[in-house]
Design a binder for this molecule. Sequence first.
Ligand code: PFF
Length: 453
Amino acid sequence: MTNLNKEQDRGQWGSKLGFILAAAGSAVGLGNLWKFPYVAGKNGGGAFVLVYIIILFLVGFTLMLAEITLGRHTQVSAIGAYRKIRKKWAWVGALGVLAGFLILSFYSVVGGWVLSYLFKALTGALHVTDAEVLGNMFGGLISSTGTPIIFHAIFMVLNLIIVFGGISGGIEKASKIMMPALFVMIILLALRSVTLPGASEGLKFLFVPDFSVITPTVILDALGQVFFSLSLGMGCMITYGSYLSKDTDIIQSAIAIPVLDTAVALLAGIATLPAVFAFGFEPAAGPGLMFVTLPAVFSQMPLGGLFAVIFFLLVLFAALTSSISLLEVCVAYVVDEWKWKRAKATITMTIIIFLVGIPASLSFGVWEHIKIIGERGFFDTYDFIASNVLLPLGGLLLCIFVGWIWGTDRAVKEATNDGQREFSLASVWVFLIKYLGPLAIGAVFIRSIMAAF
Ligand code: PFF
């Protein structure tokens, strides 16, 4: 994010591509590469993917356009955007900050695992095909006490350096190479994975829906995953949109970002799940799925050791371009609302998020027995509250805000650059944001929350 908080000198994206890259950088991250395959695996595969895509069409595109439009119209970040239009709604922005804070505290633990795997790849320790050895390696890492916390700390420090040092301009430039490289890499992995003996079972699992497994939990998980993966429901895209100039085609961007994000998630699924079946792993294995499966795929590729290093480096990069947007949301809040100095805000936030993340890390080891909501330990509870409660709630309130308070006439006017741009689906979008969006999110939300407790 360039110049994200310099109020006097609010930067604008150099080009539409710059904006799409940065917004896609926030969207594409661990949510696609690590979370999508394992949540799909846990929720029965094809059924989950189908529900995910339906929600993407009904809610994902709709809210992406709403957030970007609101941001560009107000030219301020989330809380300010709500406040500018209706003072009493500023708290909705604050709710988003809370979501970002919670997400980062467990996201960073996973970022730490990625760092640790990058080191393992560098030393060649990952060059194994044996499912059990790989499983034990991952289990050994996450269940120990010190090591994952140290890597979690390093990951947070990397975030601190980027957000604090203002070198995000460099990150944007690096994105132009790293993001396409990541894309190519996952395509290669997906190709290797689907050509493994026994892989077709995995493709079937991923793409042939078994309707009987669709439960309220599957739907809520898919809804939460759409929000999480697209960075929606917490005002992140409002902030990004606020840096857009008045002549950008935001409708096109609001289509391009979800398309790109979903392409990466599906490719990650295709790279992971067929290999899960080919190597005899368990599709519902949970958060370790990427970490145990992909090394097995690499070991079946020529130059696999090198690929593993490049891959985990790219995953780390994708994770960082997302996590800095999360940290930035928290820092911007403290700077704008509590008038803290940026340096103090960044350091304090980093430390608090690190501390809050520690129980999430320990919940795979010494604190495994502590359950907070239902059967969920700290890690899953943070994820549940943020992804399945706060983000959908933020999305629901955004629909009501744009549809009924700000008004769809004004929103469409902004989205089409005062009518200069064609928006043939405007009436569909208005219907989705005013009626179907809030009803669908509200219904899934209430039904599933009741089922979750
Ligand atoms: N979308 C990111 C991912 O898929 O990894 C995670 C994320 C980033 C969620 C920023 C929310 C956010 F505001």
